[in-house]
Design a protein around this ligand. Structure first.
Ligand code: ASP
Length: 307
């Protein structure tokens, strides 16, 4: 049994370890971990208190995948519900669809009995406002100006100095040999309203298959969408590569996209035996790993690749 996540999954690891240790499913374990990260008010990249879009609205994306059946559920650009991962799971199990977004997602959340609430904390609202004011964007008079400003400032406003790694990736291998993977995020801070990153897109930010393994991405979502990164890592493992070689190959695919930009990509992956790999094009990122037999998870450094 294995449970692996991006560093910010640490606040929820205990819940997933408990579920797996008691014989629970990978799917239940990853959902439980992700929900605790979505609840964490100190994490401004996921769920409650996430950084908002340009208009000051917290807009969340999430996806969940089951490696046994390749079923998946995804939620995009949902506002007012703190647990998009659970709504994504209900999409997977109850709808004949894979992804629903925006108002449709909110309607479905309501039908699922989720409680609507304000996710924008006063602290985050102030950070958003200061960011716009500092950027001369309060009082903006048109979309082109707004977009130019967004692009110019994106690096500065998307990096939270306290929690530099945004988005949460969680994947598990349970005692029955099943794999599941989850990704949840508030996305690119100050993003254009309605923007979807890689996190809710199966194949881009999230993918798993019991026969080969799993991969989750954080970082510049646009690159993971364009390179089909999470699916690529799993495919490279299918082709016989080790989990580390598969991640390196995916970074080779990303290289031309990342080169010359200020953007980074981070991967967490696991093969079907539970061997884990964390890789990043940024500096000094970590990830968390638990294997059966360990009393708690350990924090490991990611392999740094240069672009
Ligand atoms: N990958 C996420 C996105 O593009 C953001 C992040 O991981 O920081 O929405």
């Amino acid at each position: 049994m294995n449970l692996i996540g991006s560093f910010n999954a640490n606040v929820g690891m205990h819940a997933g370890i408990e579920i797996l240790s008691k014989g629970g499913s990978a799917l239940d374990a990853i959902e439980a971990v992700t929900r605790l990260v979505e609840d964490n008010p100190d994490d401004h990249s996921v769920g409650y208190s996430g950084y908002p879009n340009l208009l000051g609205e917290v807009e969340l994306d999430a996806s969940i995948m089951e490696g046994t059946t390749l079923r998946a559920g995804c939620i995009g650009a949902i506002k007012g519900y703190r647990h998009p991962i659970s709504i994504a799971r209900r999409v997977m199990t109850e709808l004949p669809h894979v992804m629903i977004v925006d108002k449709g997602a909110e309607r479905f959340a309501e039908e699922c009995g989720e409680v609507r609430e304000n996710l924008l904390t006063p602290e985050v609202e102030k950070t958003w406002r200061d960011g716009l004011e500092g950027n001369g964007m309060i009082g903006w008079s048109g979309i082109p100006e707004m977009l130019t400003s967004l692009l110019r400032r994106s690096r500065g406003v998307t990096r939270d100095p306290e929690h530099a790694t945004g988005t949460v990736d969680v994947m598990a291998l349970d005692g029955a040999g099943h794999i599941a993977s989850a990704v949840s995020t508030s996305g690119w801070a100050w993003k254009y309203p309605g923007r979807l990153g890689d996190s809710p897109i199966i194949g881009a930010g999230n993918y798993c298959d019991d026969r080969y393994g799993a991969c989750g991405c954080t970082g510049w979502g646009e690159a993971a969408i364009r390179a089909g990164t999470a699916r690529s890592v799993v495919l490279y493992m299918k082709m016989g590569m080790t989990v580390e070689a598969a991640c390196r190959e995916a970074f080779a695919d990303l290289h031309p996209l990342l080169k010359g930009t200020a953007n980074d990509m981070n991967l967490v992956a696991m093969d079907r035996h539970g061997n884990a790999c964390g890789m990043t094009s940024a500096e000094e990122r970590q990830f968390v790993v638990w294997r059966s037999g360990m009393t708690t998870y350990e924090v490991l450094p990611r392999i740094v690749v240069v672009h």
